[in-house]
Design a protein around this ligand. Structure first.
Ligand SMILES: Nc1ncnc2c1ncn2[C@@H]1O[C@H](COP(=O)(O)OP(=O)(O)OP(=O)(O)O)[C@@H](O)[C@H]1O
Length: 332
């Protein structure tokens, strides 16, 4: 990955090759900090690295600094200190060259309700000075098709559901081929069906090689769609990396299923298991340090009828709790 450097020579001809290399970062920040005028420290010394080709989840409770970070990345506000590079160019300085290659959906799409979905996109495309008017209709049709709105393209946008509006916003971001998509809370306010649709779409886009950076306050959403994640709390980065590695850093739970739950709980405690919780026929605990085969043998020796004995994989939530000592409080 290239180090941020104000003196790096401009190499416009070489740049696409460099950034397309899988080991290159598409977004890299160093000490990125934003203090608002009122004194609120919204983002505090952020070092973020988003690998090319990843679906990168930017996770944090409300108010943790996600939107402020995204606004700095997109050159909408100036950082107080630190630096941000997007597609290997400094932001906000290189906004004019970077932003045409980035599709963004920030704070909900701006739509004209009285226009059809198709006409909204035609208007949006017409506002892009780099967009060729001769191929406008085809581009709009392809984008509508991409987000599953081909049939509803003639309907007025005000008649769209929230999920359809989000998809139309995504279609607008997809009118041009993009190297990077930045989506701020793309499923916020959607019902479960709408959420599923957006997640499926994000997966499809990522499978075409587009790097997707999406913010969310939903842990399970990040686990379902993201390959990588960064976790924010109170303006600071708590951790970042591949989702599988983040979760692997935390220990999972031992789950014993048995009709003899009380006896199983007693044996597990005796075997050194901490935080033993009985819920019907399900007994869970932190796994004891010893060999789990011995724990299982001890249960059987105590005549506990074991139906299931599994070590459940740690979730991102377990990792968050392990790192912060707190639950993941979305109301924060
Ligand atoms: N324009 C502003 N002026 C002053 N403070 C602000 C401004 N925008 C955000 N903040 C504050 O900065 C902190 C981070 O807010 P930010 O919106 O970046 O968080 P977030 O993680 O995106 O949360 P949400 O999901 O609620 O938008 C919050 O304490 C917020 O109140």
């Amino acid at each position: 990955m290239a180090e941020p450097s104000a003196t790096e020579p401009k190499r416009p001809g070489r740049e696409p090759d460099r950034a397309e290399r899988a080991d290159d970062a598409v977004i890299a920040t160093r000490g990125l900090t934003k203090r608002y005028r009122g004194g609120q420290l919204a983002v505090d010394g952020l070092d973020l690295t988003v690998p090319a080709g990843s679906v990168f989840g930017f996770l944090g409770p409300n108010g943790s600094g996600k939107t402020t970070t995204i606004r700095m990345l997109m050159g909408l506000i100036e950082p107080t200190s630190g630096s941000a590079r997007v597609l290997d160019r400094p932001m906000p300085r290189a906004s004019r060259t970077v932003l045409p290659r980035v599709g963004a959906l920030i704070e909900g799409p701006a739509l004209y309700g009285f226009l059809s979905g198709r006409d909204n996109l035609l208007r949006y495309d017409a506002a892009d000075p780099t967009a060729d008017p001769r191929t406008r209709r085809e581009r709009v049709a392809a984008a509508l098709d991409r987000v599953g709105l081909a049939a509803a393209g003639g309907k007025k946008a005000k008649a769209y559901s929230l999920g359809m509006k989000q998809r139309l916003g995504l279609a607008a971001a997809l009118l041009q081929p993009r190297r990077l998509l930045v989506l701020d809370e793309p499923t916020n306010g959607l019902d479960p069906q709408g959420m599923r649709e957006i997640r499926t779409l994000v997966r499809e886009l990522a499978s075409d090689g587009t790097t997707v950076f999406l913010s969310s306050h939903l842990l399970d959403e990040i686990e379902q769609v993201c390959t990588h994640a960064a976790v924010m709390a109170q303006g600071r980065l708590i951790t970042q990396g591949a989702v599988a590695d983040l979760a692997a850093g935390a220990r999972g739970r031992l789950v014993v299923t048995t009709p003899d739950a009380g006896e199983a709980a007693r044996v597990l405690k005796e075997q050194g298991a901490a935080d033993v919780v009985v819920d019907g026929e399900r007994v869970t605990s932190e796994p004891p340090e010893r060999d789990l085969a011995e724990v299982n043998a001890a249960l059987v020796a105590a005549r506990v009828r074991v139906r299931g004995f599994v070590l459940e994989r740690a979730s991102l939530e377990d990792a968050f709790v392990a790192l912060t000592g707190e639950g993941f409080d979305v109301a924060g």
